[in-house]
Design a binder for this molecule. Sequence first.
Ligand code: UDP
Length: 338
Amino acid sequence: MSCSAETHPYNKIKPSTILIMGGAGYIGSHTVKHLLDRGYHCVVADNLVYGHREAVDPRAEFVEADLSDPASLDRVFAEHQIEAVIHFAAFAYVGESVQEPQKYYQNNVCGTLNLLAAMRRYGVNKIVFSSTCATYGEPEYTPIDEKHPQNPINPYGRTKLMIEQVFADYHRAYGLKYLALRYFNAAGCSADGSIGESHTPETHLIPLVLKAIKGERASIKVFGTDYDTPDGTCIRDYIHVEDLAQAHRLALEHLEEYSGYINLGTGIGTSVKEIIAAAEAVSGRKCPVDYAERRPGDPARLFADNAKAKEVLDWVPVYTDIKDIIKTAWNWELNKRY
Ligand code: UDP
């Protein structure tokens, strides 16, 4: 029996494509836009639990799929000729991971195993993965390089470390080509204002400060003022989401020659008080502040040694002034679509 040209199942297959799992989320949606702007064909898969359908660039093809449902993953791979996967799909609330570890191990770890199994069934062996500086735990020294011991202090960080270890084993056994990108604090929004950060609930410092400035929240609570830092508040490394997006594209383009893990940060530390001052300068308004107790599990300072990203990916962050980062977030906060 022969198939006509219209009905042959292979006619559904599109040209070589990048699959972005979790591409309706914050960092995923910015990466999709960046890839499309550079001519990549993108398929976005997301279960829309935390993602926003409106965040997905209309130039991308959208498919509703869930890591816990292997049949939904098979459909994506069967209907597209996927060349590589960028995997953002994860639960990422540290506090919730302590309260509900089952949810985190099930979704983040088992879900990734399902994704890897589907990739193996369809002969796809390239993946770029969202890892995190939370895999390092309490820092033994700063700036943190990739050789720093990994002792995560919460289930969220442990799920990400486990997945990194799975990749290393699959690399040795099955030739998986992978890059795990360990982000520091993702911040900012698309410079053109088309997409941005929108979490429910919101727990991150910069959007909360901006909401306090706008009057959407009564105040920002500063978690701890007695840390061993120059102004007593915690220091973090805020990396612009478009710089992260660029790093994912470069990672894709380097998968043939390099597998492993890479820090993504600016290498610059900014304190909570400095963030508030920068947000006040950008908006021209005062931020109502409450000083509160330390939040459990917050190290005093976390910032990256980003030399490996420069060396392996030829990646250098464009945004190095925190005010420029906050400007993009403020613009989004004033005009957000979702
Ligand atoms: N932070 C704060 N008040 C808040 C939220 C965060 O003082 O309402 C502090 C937090 O203690 C940390 C920094 O801001 O030092 C960044 O926290 P965020 O939750 O944005 O990112 P994390 O570093 O936990 O990944």
